[in-house]
Design a protein around this ligand. Sequence first.
Ligand code: GMT
Length: 376
Amino acid sequence: MKIGISCHHTYGGSGAIATELGKALAAKGHSIHFFSQAAPFRLGAYAPNISYHEVEVMRYPLFDAPFYTLALASKIAEVAFYEKLDVVHAHYAIPHALSAMLARQMLEDKCAESKCFKLATTLHGTDITVVGADRGMQDVVRLAINKSDGVTTVSHYLKDETVRMFNPKKEITVIPNFVDTSLFYRSPKQEIRELLGIGNEKVIIHISNFRPVKCIGDIIRIFYAVSQKSDATLLMVGDGPERSEAETLVRQFEIMGRVRFLGKLVDIVPLLSIADLMLMPSNVESFGLAALEAMACGVPIVATMAGGFPEFIEPGRHGYLLPPGDIEGMTEKSLLLLSDHNHWLDSSEACVRQAKRYETALLVEQYEGYYRMLLE
Ligand code: GMT
């Protein structure tokens, strides 16, 4: 198949899933065309069957804000026509699904309706729960959903939320996030510990784009309480709007020596491989790709009973799920996992087994089947 993939290039789950999907489809022989504002952060080196089309936005003094949505639509229309794309897969409702919809309208006179590409849209989370909940954005998100030929969500939670908020015309299919366990597996390296100046203490990790939904302050509060009773280091991977407040909190708690802010990193496996626990106290999380990738590396999770987490994290088996904001509960469960080695080992092994149920190859097959269904 010839497939266009439109996604965010920035550090985040939707861009990661879109890029890994495209790379896996290309490896199976499909022809993949990525559309983005800059190279998606997980694209990596050249690979056969992959073309990346950078969307250039025209700047003109009259335009206050550049028209990315329109430039993306033009680019999709151009490539779809010349490359005869079968499917365009938009990741995140706006602007990607909307631009693809516009591209189709641009092609109306050029291709017969039956020959034009099918539009698949994957909703990832904040496109519904945050952007979609904004009154000014609701109608445009609804349009993007209803004009897609098919819509998927990354969890049952997100499907239910989408139905509740938008009552879409078509049935939504759930295709969860996935992880390549041939790349994400535990392989602890002493030199990584040395590089970070970590001795024998426990390692707690958090990876995200530090947006308000991630409750970054709660991570610092939980870690502070844990560090009063257990020798531990906290690795904060990623960057975003909540980082400086988190750094201020670290200074207030006087735990600067125990917390490392490492910024945005692409190769996270070496860090996950030395981690004993991942903290994800988000108040909204449609799936939680970072947690799945950590589980593949044998890292148990302490997260919230929110969104899609309960769909793949079984409390007591793969870590623990507590109500959002329950700092005390998350501290207690973190200490439990860090102090009981046999319990940690059982959880770590169960996490690896669970992650294998979300193997990239299995879920990529589901997407291929989904595209075929749209083309029939
Ligand atoms: O919030 C992020 O980490 C990025 C965000 C995005 O939209 O790029 O991630 C969303 O999509 C991921 C991939 O499907 C999901 O695993 C995340 O749970 C989801 N984030 C939220 O719902 C907050």
